[in-house]
Design a protein around this ligand. Structure first.
Ligand code: C6P
Length: 396
C-alpha cells in the first residue's frame, strides 16, 4: 500500500521514523497523480473543454474533502497554499497589514516552529506591534497562568501550535482560544502536526484560522491549507496579485474575485491538490480513531523501551502527546547518532527541528526525534532499539 516502505537503505529494510517531517504516500495518492497527468491534465477554472472541466471538478472535490476533514462550514473557507509556512505568511501579511497597528500585541508560544515565529516578527516590525511569548516548563507544557496574565486589550492575535513538532506535546487549544476570545483577540492554530493525528473540527474549536500541510497527512508536497472564518477572509486584502484572484482589471483599478479565489493567484498546484483528496480518503477509510489507537500503542511501547536506556532522557515526557518521541543521550551528539542509525536503515530526524528558541529554552543543542505513522510496526521499534543499542555502544 506504501510502495516506498519495501525499499532497502544501506542494504537493510527501511524503518521510516521521520513521519513528523513528512509522511510516506499510499499507492492511491501516487495513482491519482498519474491519472491526472495521463488522463486529464489541463488548467482549471478557465477552460471550456472536457479536460478543463474534469480537472476543475477533481480540484474542487479536494476542497470539499478538506472542508469535511476539518469540519469547516463552507468550502470557500478553505484556501489552497504551498504549505503551513505559506498559510501563516498569508495571514500575517494580509490580516496583519489590514488590522494590526502600532502598540498591538501578538502572542505566540515557546514551542513554535520557525514558521509560526518569523512571519509574526516580520509583520510586527512593519507595524510596530509587539510579540509576546508564552513560557513553558521543562517538559514543554505551556504556562497557562502566564498566558492569562499576558492577555489584555492590546492582544490582537494569538498564534499557537496545536502539537509541538519537536516534542509531540499537545497544547490545550480549546482553552487558549476561549481565553483569547474573551479579550477580543483572534486565534491562529498551527495544525501541521495535529491534523494527521487528532480529530479536527474548526467550528467547535471556533478558531479564526487553522493551517496545515498536505504532505504530513499522507498527501503530496507543495499542498497547504489555510482555513479562515469567511467573514474575516472577506475582510482581508489579497496576499498576491495575478490571474484567478481578480474579477475585473483595468489600468486604473482592479476588483477582486470572491473566496477562495481571491487568495489563490496564478495557476495552482493542480495535480498535487487533486491527489490530496486520495490522502484524505486514505485517512477516512482507515479511520482516524484506529490510526490514533495504533500510533498510541507504538508510542507507549517505544517510550517504555527507551526509558530502559539509562543515559536517554525523553524531552516532553507528558501524557497529552502524539506519536512523537524526542530524546537526548548524555554525551552523544544527535547528528552522530542519526548517521549510525541511517547506516542500519533507520530514518530519524535530529537537530533543532526548526524550533531554535525552544532548544535554547531547554538548554540543548537538539534532540533525536522518532515519529510514528499508521504503517509503522512493533517490529520496526524493536529493530530501532537494537540499532540504538549498537550505535550507543559505538559512540562510547
Ligand atoms: N515541520 C518537522 O520535521 P511546511 O514546511 O510549511 O510544510 O510546515 C512547516 C511547519 C510548521 N509548523 C509545524 C508545527 C511544523 O511541524 C512544520 C514542519 C517539519 O518537524 C519540518 S521542519
Amino acid at each position: 500500500m506504501f510502495p516506498i516502505l519495501s525499499r532497502k537503505v544501506k542494504g537493510k529494510d527501511l524503518v521510516y521514523f521521520d513521519n513528523a517531517a513528512t509522511a510516506q504516500k499510499p499507492q492511491q495518492v501516487i495513482d491519482a497523480l498519474t491519472s491526472y497527468y495521463t488522463g486529464y491534465n489541463a488548467n482549471i477554472h478557465r477552460g471550456l473543454h472536457t479536460l478543463a472541466d474534469e480537472a476543475t471538478a477533481a480540484f474542487e472535490a479536494t476542497r470539499q474533502a478538506v472542508c469535511a476533514f476539518i469540519g469547516a462550514a463552507y468550502p470557500e473557507e478553505i484556501i489552497f497554499t504551498k504549505g503551513t509556512t505559506e498559510s501563516i505568511n498569508l495571514v500575517a501579511q494580509s490580516w496583519g497589514s489590514a488590522f494590526l497597528k502600532e502598540g498591538d500585541e501578538i502572542i505566540i508560544s515557546s514551542l513554535e516552529h520557525h514558521a509560526n515565529i518569523v512571519p509574526w516578527q516580520m509583520i510586527a516590525e512593519t507595524k510596530g506591534a509587539k510579540l509576546r511569548v508564552i513560557p513553558i516548563d521543562d517538559n514543554g507544557v505551556l504556562d497557562m497562568q502566564a498566558y492569562k496574565n499576558m492577555l489584555n486589550s492590546k492582544t490582537k492575535m494569538v498564534a499557537v501550535v496545536h502539537v509541538s513538532n519537536a516534542l509531540g506535546v499537545i497544547n490545550p487549544v480549546e482553552e487558549i482560544i476561549h481565553l483569547a476570545h474573551a479579550q477580543g483577540a483572534h486565534v491562529l492554530i498551527d495544525g501541521a502536526q495535529s491534523s494527521v493525528h487528532l480529530d479536527i473540527d474548526v467550528q467547535s474549536l471556533d478558531c479564526e484560522f487553522f493551517v496545515f500541510s498536505g504532505h504530513k497527512v499522507y498527501g503530496p508536497t507543495g499542498t497547504g491549507i489555510l482555513y479562515g472564518k469567511k467573514s474575516l477572509l472577506e475582510a482581508m486584502p489579497p496576499y498576491q496579485g495575478g490571474g484567478e484572484m481578480i474579477k475585473e482589471v483595468t489600468f486604473e483599478k482592479t476588483t477582486y474575485n470572491e473566496l477562495p479565489f481571491k487568495f489563490e493567484a496564478g495557476t495552482p498546484n493542480i495535480a498535487d491538490f487533486i491527489a490530496l483528496k486520495s490522502a484524505i480518503d486514505f485517512i477516512k477509510d482507515t479511520g482516524k480513531d484506529s490510526i490514533r489507537a495504533h500510533e498510541n500503542m507504538l508510542l507507549g511501547y517505544a517510550t517504555e523501551k527507551l526509558r530502559a536506556f539509562k543515559d536517554v532522557r525523553i524531552i516532553g515526557d507528558v501524557f497529552e502527546k502524539v506519536s512523537v518521541i524526542s530524546f537526548v543521550v548524555e554525551g552523544v551528539h544527535p547528528q552522530d547518532l542519526a548517521i549510525l542509525l541511517d547506516n542500519q536503515g533507520i530514518a530519524v530526524r535530529t537537530g533543532h527541528h526548526c524550533a531554535q528558541p525552544l532548544m535554547q529554552r531547554l538548554c540543548i543543542v537538539g534532540t533525536t526525534r522518532i515519529s510514528f505513522a499508521a504503517y509503522n510496526t512493533i517490529q520496526e521499534i524493536d529493530a530501532f532499539m537494537e540499532a540504538l543499542k549498537k550505535s550507543l555502544n559505538m559512540l562510547r
